[in-house]
Design a protein around this ligand. Sequence first.
Ligand SMILES: *[C@@H]1O[C@H](CO)[C@@H](O)[C@H](O)[C@H]1NC(C)=O
Ligand SMILES: *[C@@H]1O[C@H](CO)[C@@H](O)[C@H](O)[C@H]1NC(C)=O
Ligand SMILES: *[C@@H]1O[C@H](CO)[C@@H](O)[C@H](O)[C@H]1NC(C)=O
Length: 176
Amino acid sequence: MMPRLFSKFLFFFMFLAGMCTTTVAAHKYPKPPSLAFLYQVNITAGGFYNIGPGPKGRRAVIPIANGTFAGPQLKGTVLPVGGDWALADANYLVNGTLFPDVRQTFLTDDGEYIQVFETGASQSDGTVFVRLTYEASSLKYYWLNAVVAIGIIYQVPPNSITIDTWQMVPPSGPTK
Ligand SMILES: *[C@@H]1O[C@H](CO)[C@@H](O)[C@H](O)[C@H]1NC(C)=O
Ligand SMILES: *[C@@H]1O[C@H](CO)[C@@H](O)[C@H](O)[C@H]1NC(C)=O
Ligand SMILES: *[C@@H]1O[C@H](CO)[C@@H](O)[C@H](O)[C@H]1NC(C)=O
């Protein structure tokens, strides 16, 4: 038997979900989402602070000096705040995975702020895969709050990176 409180809660949740989403027909096979290009960002670091080993691994802090971003729907500069609070895993000597923890503040060319949050993991080819979320208050960029995005970080020696990002969009066409 479903406890009464839980069943009430479930009903409420389904009611909310019904209000917020469109009903989509069930299908037999999982359909992979498609990706739409969001933007490219180039960032130059303003230093490197090796915090060293701690309970979670080796921490380093890499502040952002400056940067530029450009994509089909947004472009502008990266403000000199934020950075990467990167963690090399506790087994760094036998397993070289690096986990970035990045915050960036974008200033669009039309004067709006966008806050970017980004975490991920390094890959064996030297790139870093990231997942990104956004906070925007401007109505023009408010859609970014609902974006589910992924990206790839490329190192550009000596002290820059390029991050290419894509947003998840609905599956295109049926999948067999
Ligand atoms: C970006 O920051 C780097 C490092 O501080 C500096 O050398 C460079 O001149 C800056 N570029 C711009 C466009 O401000
Ligand atoms: C990033 O840097 C590359 C290489 O210099 C350049 O081709 C590209 O236009 C830059 N992108 C942005 C958004 O600044
Ligand atoms: C790190 O360890 C994990 C878990 O054992 C493994 O899947 C991964 O391939 C390792 N990464 C590297 C770079 O060795």
